[in-house]
Design a protein. Structure first.
Ligand SMILES: Cc1ncc(COP(=O)(O)O)c(C=O)c1O
Length: 392
């Protein structure tokens, strides 16, 4: 089975230095209730399958009580937005209770976001923790379990007549004195919050670095990031390029929504005219984020787009390594499997240094969001009926 297309980037600079906040997001996340670093699992069987030296999987299937990493970006962005919104700053605080007290004078206040799943649920969770209202805008065809999960956080869920882009546009209209829009994607004139989202994801990467140092292990040679609007990949580039210029970064997108690959090919941000939804729902985005674009388009070495079947195979392999992943969670491994399988991708494997010496870092960015579909995929069945639009 092939089902993979790769694009070698021409624009990779020697160094990349974007880490402006250092460990500030990590210090912030440490003060949230239930914070603990997620596991970094070594997976020798995956390494063997891929023909590489070692594979580490950073397991984000459970993060601060939610089944994906996205709350790291959402929470840091909410915090920074609140700081900016309060005339005299928030001041010192040690725990959530104190933070709630500090922001008391700003109430009543709402948070608004567009999503089809993880990001919106994370914003809703934050609103609940901070005593704020949440209005979450979702595309018309969002699957019921995702709507229910957001509503269960206490948010008002507004179903928008249209897709993800329409939901984003609708959420933007909410901005005002009593409502902060927390989007993980950027558009002209709205760039600060999505940058904070990228900064917030750096916590994952500091945890990896600290854990490898604690074990006395070398860093990765190849890092693989799944790409939706590109915010997560931007965090990966920002963190690792500053540290090691010869490290390779691979970006993975579903075949039908490979908007970053299409944009890099075009040399500018393009919107896919007719994105075809994938089972990797978190990656179903038709347009790259404006703030992620300059970082990802220059800092990622290779972009691949893959068919859904690779995601199912990746989920099964991750399960055999003791890791429970959703379709989007397994996408990074899926990209590597597709590259490893195709003789024509030898130049790509060579460029990425996929050989017996390579240390590879992957992210299981999401746990299973639909137990029924998960069970079917584990049983070896294709689950193409489970397509859903963006869950970012
Ligand atoms: C679980 C999961 N992984 C990866 C991504 C991709 O992140 P980004 O949209 O920042 O590229 C998303 C986006 O929603 C996601 O939900």
């Amino acid at each position: 089975m092939r089902g993979v297309r790769s694009l070698h980037n021409q624009g990779v600079p020697d160094t990349w230095n974007l880490e402006r906040t250092g460990r500030d997001p990590l210090d912030f996340h440490r003060r949230l209730p239930g914070y603990e670093p997620t596991p970094l699992t070594e997976a020798p069987r995956l390494a063997e399958t891929l023909g590489v030296g070692r594979v580490w999987v950073k397991d984000e299937s459970s993060r601060l009580g939610l089944p994906a990493f996205k709350i790291l970006g959402a929470s840091w962005a909410v915090y920074r937005a609140l700081e900016e919104h309060s005339e005299n700053g928030i001041g010192a605080w040690d725990d959530l209770e104190e933070l709630r007290e500090r922001i008391g004078p700003l109430l009543p206040l709402a948070l608004a976001a567009a999503t089809d799943g993880n990001h919106g649920r994370a914003v809703a969770r934050l609103a609940g923790l901070l005593g704020l209202e949440a209005r979450i805008f979702v595309p018309a065809d969002m699957v019921a379990p995702r709507v229910e999960a957001i509503a269960a956080e206490g948010a008002a869920v507004v179903v928008v007549d249209g897709g993800y882009d329409e939901a984003v546009a609708r959420s933007a209209e909410e901005a005002g004195e009593r409502c902060l829009v927390i989007s993980d994607t950027a558009w002209p004139g709205y760039e600060r919050v999505p940058l904070w989202v990228i900064e917030g994801y750096s916590t994952i990467l500091w945890e990896v670095e600290d854990e490898l140092a604690r074990r006395g292990e070398p860093g990765p040679d190849l890092v693989v990031a799944q790409i939706g609007v590109g915010a997560f990949a931007a965090a990966v580039v920002a963190h690792f390029r500053a540290k090691r210029a010869d490290l390779k970064i691979l970006g993975v997108e579903p075949e039908g929504t490979a908007c970053m690959l299409a944009s890099v090919e075009a040399g500018r941000i393009v919107s896919l005219p007719a994105p075809r939804a994938s089972i990797m729902a978190g990656l179903n985005c038709g347009t790259p984020s404006k703030v992620a674009w300059p970082i990802v388009s220059k800092g990622v070495d290779v972009f691949v787009s893959i068919e859904d079947e690779w995601a199912r195979r990746a989920m099964r392999l991750l399960a055999s390594a003791g890791l429970v992943s959703g379709e989007t969670g397994g996408a990074g491994l899926a990209g590597l499997l597709a590259l490893a399988d195709d003789a024509e991708q030898e130049p790509t494997r060579h460029l990425l240094g996929m050989n017996g010496e390579a240390n590879v870092l992957l992210f299981n960015s999401e746990g299973p969001t639909d137990p029924e579909v998960y069970a079917r995929i584990m049983a070896g069945e294709g689950a193409s009926s489970a397509t859903a639009p963006n869950s970012g």
